[in-house]
Design a protein around this ligand. Structure first.
Ligand code: ZN
Length: 190
């Protein structure tokens, strides 16, 4: 796949974490865009990344679970931005979303590691969950963040030394946030 578009001239997340980034960024709330809006579109997305075979299809249950997984991953990425774990009730909901895609440990040609269990589309989507676990172990997960501009939520990879970025693009979302804060301060004075 060609490198996906990144606002603000950022580089995409390193492989294989870019898979998680691309998956979550199939939905862009601000632009009213969803690249996996149907089971067929999700199957095409998974097929294009070699995560399922040509014969595999996405059933209705897996489609719903995939969308819950995408929302859960965005929430965890926002938790990285805010440096604050989601509330226990939210964590339970995120766990339930992950639970639809169980993992196993396999010996692997380059050593043991987590891998998706199951078959077909479940396994293909499970590969995304396996990347999350591996990234957490590698110390890259914490740098995958959701833009804190609430109508954006774009996932970006924060390469700043002290991991301090909060917006996908300072020019776009950071600027918007700043002008809003400025207006609030002005309104407070009058
Ligand atoms: Zn943004």
């Amino acid at each position: 796949m060609a490198a996906s578009f990144q606002p603000g001239g950022r580089a995409p997340a390193p492989e294989p974490l870019d898979l998680v980034q691309d998956f979550v960024n199939t939905e862009i709330p601000d632009w009213n865009r969803d690249d996996i809006a149907t089971p067929e579109a999700l199957a095409a997305w998974l097929r294009a990344r070699g995560l399922i075979c040509a014969a595999d299809v996405v059933d209705g249950e897996t489609f719903v679970a995939a969308r819950a997984l995408r929302a859960a991953l965005r929430e965890l990425a926002l938790a990285n931005t805010l440096d604050e774990a989601p509330a226990p009730a939210r964590r339970a909901a995120i766990d339930a979303a992950f639970g639809a895609f169980p993992l196993v440990v396999r010996a692997g040609s380059d050593g043991p590691g987590v891998a998706p269990a199951g078959s077909g589309a479940r396994r293909g989507l499970g590969a995304i969950v396996a990347v999350v676990a591996a990234a957490r172990a590698a110390g890259t997960w914490e740098r995958l963040k959701a833009c804190r501009q609430e109508t954006c939520g774009w996932l970006f990879y924060d390469v700043s030394r002290n991991r301090s970025s909060s917006w996908c693009s300072m020019q776009v979302c950071g600027g918007r946030e700043k002008s809003r804060a400025y207006r609030r301060r002005r309104a407070g004075r009058t």
